[in-house]
Design a protein around this ligand. Structure first.
Ligand code: SF4
Ligand code: ZN
Length: 316
């Protein structure tokens, strides 16, 4: 991109950020406004929340979460936000990812609620090492974070919880579910998920129309603190490889991910919803949460870990 291009919004400053999917070149200031505006419009389009509701924001120990926290607070200055952090008990979670979070909390004066797995339950994510769950630890991690985030949000009486899923994340998961033939699960990728059970809150994805690179750019321009390292368990995750593949497609065909998202969401998900009866969920006998078979995925794992590793885990 030529250095001499003017910003296509203000027409004054130098255009430094090229949004090929939208055929736009913006200066840094206009890009940050564009980013915040997109979050505001996404929340409004999908009726994610109304400004007078109390909203939780899930901090997933990454740069995307930082972008989400800042973007939501800037887009809805009147709304009461609460950051929820599930500390899985490793050095990365307890120290590396926590330091920038504390800085962010101070900067925005927002409330922080930390749920520490070792303190509250008596184990950490690394305790799964050497068990059958270790090979797909990201799946277990996702189940635990989702469960406890929802738990904290419900205890606080919040109306919804925002998660930092970007367009890249959602398209990658949809693509994977599609390849695996798990069409019914595509419904779970909707931008707003209403509670399946009375002890849950609404889950929303305000970054669903935003590319991951845009979040990175926004965080860098604003100079916000974020974890310098990634979760060490991430290496080689299949989702990382698939995301790279989708990025390569996007590189040669701008707006590829947006098109894929629209086709999945507006065509495929609608068709599935018309023809598919969602499974009947029953109360987990241990914790009272939603489950398919009588014991939820979180409790299955905790019971297994307690028995296998002889740990003093508080279950329930
Ligand atoms: Fe959890 Fe996997 Fe993400 Fe690490 S990389 S935070 S284990 S989902
Ligand atoms: Zn349970």
């Amino acid at each position: 991109m030529s250095k001499l291009v003017k910003c296509m919004r203000c027409g004054e400053r130098e255009g430094e950020i090229e949004l090929r999917y939208a055929r736009l070149v913006l200066c840094k200031e206009c890009f940050t406004e564009y980013f915040i505006d997109r979050i505001r419009k996404t929340v409004e389009e999908y009726k994610m929340f109304s400004p007078d509701e109390r909203i939780g924001i899930s901090y997933m120990a990454d740069k995307k979460s930082v972008g989400l926290i800042s973007g939501l607070i800037e887009a809805f200055p009147e709304t009461e936000f609460h950051i929820i952090y599930i500390d899985l008990g490793t050095t990365f979670y307890t120290i590396e990812a926590r330091i920038p979070l504390d800085e962010l909390v101070q900067k925005y004066g927002v409330k922080l609620h930390v749920y520490s797995l070792p303190n509250e339950k008596g184990y950490n994510i690394e305790d799964f090492r050497g068990t059958k769950y270790w090979r797909k630890i990201c799946s277990t991690c996702g189940i635990l974070k989702r469960y406890y985030t929802s738990y904290v949000a419900y205890q606080l009486g919040l109306d919804a919880v925002a998660t930092p899923h970007t367009l890249d994340d959602v398209v990658e998961v949809m693509f994977t579910l599609f390849l695996d033939g798990k069409f019914e699960d595509l419904i779970n990728m909707k931008p707003v998920q209403h509670p399946e059970f009375p002890n849950q809150v609404r889950r929303i994805k305000p970054l669903v129309k935003t590319y991951e690179w845009e979040v990175d750019e926004y965080v860098d321009i604003k100079g916000l603190p974020y974890p310098e390292t990634e979760c060490p368990l991430k290496k080689g995750a299949r989702s990382t490889l698939r995301k790279k593949l989708l990025k390569d497609f996007e590189e040669s065909e701008p707006a590829f991910m947006r098109k894929l998202y629209t086709v999945f969401m507006k065509k495929l998900v609608r068709l599935i919803e018309e023809r598919y009866e969602p499974p009947k969920l029953v109360e987990c006998k241990i914790c009272g949460g939603p489950s398919l078979s009588g014991i939820c995925g979180k409790c299955v794992r905790e019971v297994y870990l307690r028995d296998r590793k002889k740990l003093d885990i508080k279950i329930g």
